[in-house]
Design a protein around this ligand. Structure first.
Ligand SMILES: [Zn+2]
Length: 440
C-alpha cells in the first residue's frame, strides 16, 4: 500500500511544483526531495487532505497530528518537533523498505503512512516497532505526501477513506483529480439525511459522488483500482474495488444520473431526494433510515451491487418485510429502471433479457390478481421453499385464473429458481401495489 501512497504523493507534488505530471517533472521531483524541499512542502499534503483547511499555525508535529487525528488519520500522540523534523533528522541506518537503498532510514509512523499492509487486510494498522517498515528520506516524504491522494467521505460514525491506484500515472491522476473536485459540504449535508450505517452502501455512494463528476471518455477508469477503509474499524475493514468494476459502477450511476433530466423521472421538480437515492432510500425496511436495523437488507443488496450482482431475492425480502409492516410501497421506487440500468452498465445482456421477460410476466400476473382474493398467492409463492413447490403454487394460481397459457418456459430455470421467483414476485407486487399502468 505504501507504493500506492508513493505514486499519489509524487503526482501531487509534481502538480503542485510544476503544474503538471510530465515524466520529466516526476523524475525531477524525486531528485529534488531533500531537507529544504521537505521544509517548503511538508504541509502541502496535509492541507489538501484536510480539505483545504488552514494548516497555518501547525508548528509542531503534535499540532499536525492533532488535526489529522480528528479525521482518524493518525494515531501518533505527543510527538514533538517541527513537522519536517521527522524527515530531516535521521539517525537510524538500514535498508529502505520501498526502494532498497542502504543508508539513513526513518521508521514508519501513522503520519508517514498509516497502512503497512493492504487495505482490507489489516490495512491502516502499524506493525509493532521492531517489525515496522523503514524508508529512506525520499521515499518517506513521497509516501507521506500521498496523503493528498487520500479522500475522506462521510459515513455515520466513521470516516471512510478512499484512495486510487493505477499502473498508469495519467489514469491515476485523472481519477484522483475527479474525486478531489467533489464539493464535500454539499454532499455531506445530503448524505447526513440519506446514508445510514451501511458500509457497503457508503462505498457505493462514494462511487456515486465520483460518477457525477465524470466527463468525456471514462474508459481510463478500467485501469484504476479504488481502495477504501473505515476509521472506526482501522484494523479489520475496507477493501478494493477493481478497475473493471469501478468503471461499470461509475457508468451505472452516470446513466441513472442522466435520467434525472428526462420526463420519466421528474424527481427534482417535486423537491425530493435526487435520483437514484430514492431507489436506495426505499430499500430500507423500517421508517427511520438512520436506524442500523433498517439498513441491514439494504446494505446486503449494496454489497451485491459492488460484486457485479443484482440480489433479487434480497429485494423480495425487503418487499415482503415492508408488506408485513404495512410500510408504503413494497418494491423500491424506480426498481425496474435502476435494475435495467445496472445490468446494462455491466453488459449482462442475458440477465437483462431474463429480467425483462420475468418482470413483465410478473407484472401482468400481478394485474390479473390485483383486487381479487388471489392476491394472497404472492405470499404462497414467497413461502415456496423448493422449485417444485413454486411450480405447484403457480399451477394452482393458473387454474384459479382459468389461464391456459403455457407458463412453463418462463419458469423452467431450476438452477436459478430463487432469482426467477424473486423477479416474478417483485413484478407482481409492483402491479398490485402501485396501480396504474406506468409503474412496472
Ligand atoms: Zn527509498
Amino acid at each position: 500500500m505504501f507504493d500506492v501512497s508513493y505514486k499519489n504523493g509524487l503526482l501531487f507534488l509534481s502538480s503542485k511544483v510544476y503544474g503538471d505530471i510530465e515524466e520529466d517533472h516526476l523524475k525531477a521531483i524525486v531528485e529534488s526531495v531533500d531537507g529544504d524541499f521537505i521544509k517548503d512542502h511538508v504541509l502541502d499534503a496535509p492541507s489538501k487532505y484536510l480539505g483545504g483547511s488552514n494548516v497555518l499555525g501547525t508548528i509542531t508535529m503534535n499540532d499536525l497530528n492533532f488535526k489529522l487525528r480528528r479525521t482518524g488519520y493518525s494515531t501518533a500522540q505527543n510527538v514533538q518537533g517541527m513537522p519536517a523534523d521527522a524527515f530531516v533528522n535521521i539517525t537510524e541506518k538500514g535498508i529502505c523498505s520501498r526502494c532498497g537503498a542502504l543508508g539513513p532510514v526513518i521508521g514508519n509512523t501513522a503520519t508517514i503512512c498509516p497502512a503497512e499492509s493492504e487495505w482490507g487486510k489489516g490495512g491502516l494498522c502499524l506493525s509493532p516497532p521492531e517489525r515496522r517498515l523503514h524508508f529512506c528520506q525520499k521515499c518517506a516524504f513521497l509516501i507521506y505526501s500521498g496523503m493528498a491522494g487520500t479522500f475522506r467521505t462521510f459515513i455515520k460514525g466513521a470516516n471512510m477513506r478512499v484512495m486510487f491506484d493505477s499502473s498508469s500515472y495519467d489514469s491515476l491522476w485523472r481519477a484522483s483529480s475527479t474525486f478531489a473536485d467533489i464539493d464535500r459540504g454539499e454532499l455531506n449535508s445530503l448524505k447526513l439525511t440519506i446514508i445510514p450505517n451501511g458500509e457497503f452502501e457508503a462505498v457505493l455512494f462514494a462511487i456515486y459522488d465520483f460518477a457525477t463528476r465524470l466527463t468525456g471518455n471514462t474508459t481510463y477508469l478500467e485501469q484504476v483500482n479504488m481502495y477504501y477503509s473505515f476509521s472506526a474499524k482501522p484494523c479489520d475493514d475496507g477493501g478494493i474495488i477493481q478497475g473493471s468494476t469501478l468503471h461499470k459502477l461509475a457508468r451505472f450511476f452516470y446513466s441513472t444520473n442522466e435520467l434525472r433530466e428526462t420526463d420519466a423521472i421528474k424527481i427534482n421538480e417535486r423537491g425530493e431526494k435526487p435520483f437514484p437515492f430514492q431507489f436506495f432510500m426505499s430499500t430500507s425496511v423500517t421508517g427511520d433510515v438512520r436506524k442500523p436495523e433498517s439498513s441491514r437488507l439494504r446494505n446486503l443488496f449494496c454489497q451485491g451491487l459492488l460484486n457485479k450482482k443484482v440480489d433479487f431475492p434480497v429485494i423480495t425480502e425487503i418487499a415482503f418485510e415492508k408488506k408485513r409492516k404495512g410500510e408504503g410501497y413494497p418494491v423500491p421506487a424506480f426498481y425496474k429502471i435502476v435494475i435495467a440500468k445496472y445490468l446494462e452498465a455491466f453488459g449482462m445482456s442475458e440477465e437483462q433479457e431474463n429480467f425483462r421477460r420475468l418482470n413483465g410476466f410478473g407484472y401482468s400476473l400481478g394485474k390479473s390478481v390485483k383486487g381479487t382474493n388471489l392476491e394472497g398467492f404472492t405470499w404462497e409463492i414467497f413461502r415456496a421453499r423448493t422449485f417444485e413447490e413454486m411450480l405447484e403454487t403457480m399451477s394452482e394460481l393458473q387454474l384459479k385464473l382459468g389461464n391456459s397459457q403455457n407458463w412453463q418456459p418462463l419458469l423452467l430455470q431450476k438452477d436459478n429458481w430463487k432469482t426467477t421467483k424473486a423477479i416474478l414476485l417483485n413484478g407482481m407486487l409492483n402491479a398490485i401495489h402501485q396501480g396504474g399502468d406506468g409503474g412496472e
